[in-house]
Write a protein that binds this ligand. Structure first.
Ligand code: GDP
Length: 682
């Protein structure tokens, strides 16, 4: 509670003079091209049983052959094993059970997981062995296979060009495109990683067609070593291929629409979840049947009014308590934008979660409850309205739509709307928002009024001529994406998926990533390989700054990876440190901050205990000049340079290099006490 009292009545005017400290304004952005839309190559493979039911036959008979194949399989890394199984499955589609396992394995390994080439090799061996058979079985089987293959379409005809355009509505449209017919990436059943690696390998092979000259008995460890080094080849290969095109591809991907990350903030019970749930419903993102189900379920649970909120509040506990705890994430579209919506929890217990959401946001919707007494409760009596607004501003959000919600409760009165907006306007200006970047929209989240189309309620239309909520969101300026900077992604979730490897989700803060690429994880300084990329539930070959993605990774143990770790490009790694200097602004906090003061640093998904190691200097609020060196303590409203010491290493950027990973919040005992930007990494 203390922090809300502290926030109240504090004059923020001076503190936000320095615009630069408080995040980027969209006009002065330093990044590159406008965020955009793009076509992407959809290479999700039909992962039929190959991964889940590998080589059932192996278990049945413990023949020598099986032992051999097991041995060659186990010598491979788990990724290569998966690729091998996948290739075997495809080969079996052509050959049936006619060719012994080991012959197929040898062929696959020999041809670097290229199914087409492996099949050729098997057929070639077959014609050789028909003259001098290896075993009776094998030769007849191979012949059989060959016959079968004649009936079946040739391996090449299995090549189904799979390019999909992610339409702005998130549906994919497949469309044909010219691909080299032998590209292994186009074969069904291969994993995404296999695609890129395979492509690189295929290209390498085409240049120097040595696949046939390869010795038949290749050392498997040699192969896997070879393959392990392939991603870097693949990376540089595809990197150079994509480098020119990433901006252009992004442009195409969403049909010219710009990406915008939107966070919804506000006091608990202001109606955030209801508003956004209803908005999604009205935009057609929730079908009638599901909505009906939510209505029935919420009625049964005695919370009928929460039906729309249930669209976003997914966990049982959230529904039970009727509060949002985690940051829900959904996608929707306006005329010119593709919006990733984050519904941040309003409850004060979940402010760290809210920071995580806000750190990813470009713009925010602040929802306030227009009802008498309720707005005041949220704004004044220890509510989160002020704290949330301050937090998002400190985390770099400059544009804000204030939704004056539950206007139905006050009969759409103009006076009440004016009262609320006046109070808020004054505060938001102090908090550093420009008047021209704040927009006020009266709505009713429950009835859906003035949300996706202009309201026709006469009580409202008589005095409100502005846009509805969706039109307002559409007019937000989209920030430019740092696509040309080195790749950075801060993990917001780490989990095990069904296949080999594991998944990491997060927003790409800078640069871009491709399947098959090797990444460095900081601070643990581990490397891993990107096996697959998922963007809005679709497998893609690459993703760029601004995208919320899920990366499937291999080559590193999941237990070494934590939320808050930063994935970066190994050639341009992010620095990890335990000591850094920062320029901070102390919020309205009554306790003087001295050397040794314990704090929690929050940025992105990181929340790390730290102490204030040194108080270097106090700065003039507007000029930034040093007004006092080595101060004894810092008090509210001060601008200062301090040195922070974390217990464990953290991966950070200088604010001037990458704002998203260079600004943070300091919290103490559940209160936000300061915002800061990194000026020097020790
Ligand atoms: P959140 O905590 O901000 O996400 O708020 P919820 O969306 O959970 O809503 C809290 C309560 O306010 C629920 O009972 C909603 O039905 C109610 N509510 C939300 N929007 C409106 C509105 O526009 N009008 C009215 N009358 N009630 C609303």
């Amino acid at each position: 509670m203390a922090r809300h009292r502290n926030v109240r009545g504090y004059n923020y005017d001076d503190d936000f003079d320095d615009d630069d400290l408080y995040g980027q304004s969209v006009e002065d952005d330093y990044c590159i091209s406008p965020a955009t839309a793009a076509q992407f190559i959809y290479s999700k493979r039909d992962r039929h049983s190959s991964f889940t039911e590998p080589l059932e036959e192996e278990e049945e008979g413990a023949t020598e052959d099986d032992d051999k194949s097991k041995a060659s399989c186990t010598a491979l890394s788990s990724v290569d094993q998966a690729r091998l199984y996948s290739c075997l499955d495809q080969m079996r589609e052509v050959l049936g059970e006619s060719v012994p396992e080991q012959i197929m394995i040898d062929a696959v390994l020999q041809c670097g997981f290229d199914v087409a080439k492996a099949l050729d090799l098997v057929f070639k061996q077959d014609s050789d062995t028909s003259r001098k058979p290896v075993t009776q079985d094998a030769s007849s089987a191979a012949r059989l296979g060959k016959d079968k293959a004649r009936e079946l379409p040739s391996p090449d005809t299995h090549i189904v060009p799979k390019i999909a355009k992610l339409t702005v509505s998130g549906n994919k449209q497949t469309m044909g495109f010219a691909v080299p017919s032998s590209a292994p990436s186009e074969l069904n059943g291969q994993s995404v990683t296999a695609t890129t690696r395979g492509q690189a390998m295929d290209d390498a092979m085409e240049e120097n067609d040595n696949s046939v000259q390869m010795p038949t008995t290749l050392n498997t460890s040699q192969i896997s070593e070879d393959l392990n080094s392939t991603p870097s080849q693949g990376k540089s290969f595809s990197r150079s291929k994509q480098k020119i095109n990433v901006k252009e591809e992004l442009e195409k991907r969403q049909g010219g629409k710009q990406l915008l990350n939107l966070v919804v903030i506000g006091h608990v019970d202001a109606g955030k979840s209801t508003l956004m749930g209803h908005l999604l419903y009205l935009l057609g993102h929730v079908n009638k049947r599901t909505m009906h189900k939510y209505e029935q379920e919420s009625k049964k649970a005695g919370k009928a009014s929460f039906a729309y909120a249930w669209v976003l509040d997914e966990t049982g506990e959230e529904r039970q308590r009727g509060v949002t705890m985690d940051v829900g994430m959904t996608k929707f579209e306006t005329k010119t934008k593709v919006i990733t919506l984050m519904d941040a929890p309003g409850h004060k217990d979940f402010i760290p979660n809210m920071i995580t959401g806000a750190a990813k946001a470009d713009v925010a919707i602040l929802v306030v409850d227009a009802s008498r007494g309720e707005f005041e409760a949220g704004f004044e009596a220890g509510g989160q309205t002020r704290e949330h607004a301050l937090l998002v501003r400190s985390l770099g959000v400059t544009q804000l739509a204030v939704v004056v919600n539950k206007m139905d409760q006050v009969n759409w009165q103009e006076e009440r709307f004016g009262e609320v907006t006046n109070k808020l306007g004054h505060f938001l200006k102090q908090a550093g928002f420009k008047d021209t970047d704040v927009y006020y929209i009266p709505t009713s989240g429950l009835s859906g009024e003035n949300m996706v189309k202009k309201s026709e309620i006469s009580e409202l239309t008589s005095w409100y001529k502005g846009p509805c909520l969706v039109d307002q969101i559409d007019t937000f300026k989209a920030p430019q994406r740092s696509v040309e900077k080195p790749f950075r992604l801060c993990a917001s979730d780490v989990f095990k998926d069904q296949g080999s490897g594991f998944c990491v989700t997060g927003k790409i803060e800078a640069g871009y990533v491709q399947s098959g690429e090797r990444l460095l994880v900081m601070p643990p300084n581990e490397t891993c390989t990107v096996k697959g990329i998922t963007l809005h539930d679709e497998a893609v070959d690459w993703a760029a700054a601004g995208d919320h993605v899920s990366l499937t990774l291999t080559g590193v143990d999941i237990i070494k990876i934590n939320v808050g770790f930063v994935f970066c490009s190994p050639s341009e790694p992010i620095r990890a440190c335990t000591r850094f200097r920062a320029r901070v602004l102390i919020f309205n906090f009554d306790v003087p901050i001295t050397q040794g003061f314990p704090v929690i640093i929050h940025y992105q998904t990181v929340s790390e205990p730290a102490t204030i190691r040194k108080l270097i200097s106090v700065l003039h609020k507007s000029t930034g000049e040093v007004v006092k060196k080595k101060p004894k303590c810092l008090t509210k409203g001060m601008n200062a340079i301090i040195e922070l010491q974390t217990q464990r290493p953290v991966a950070l950027e200088l604010y001037k290099d990458l704002k998203e990973l260079g600004r943070f919040m300091l919290r103490y005992s559940g209160s936000s006490i300061a915002a800061g930007v990194v000026t020097e990494i020790k």
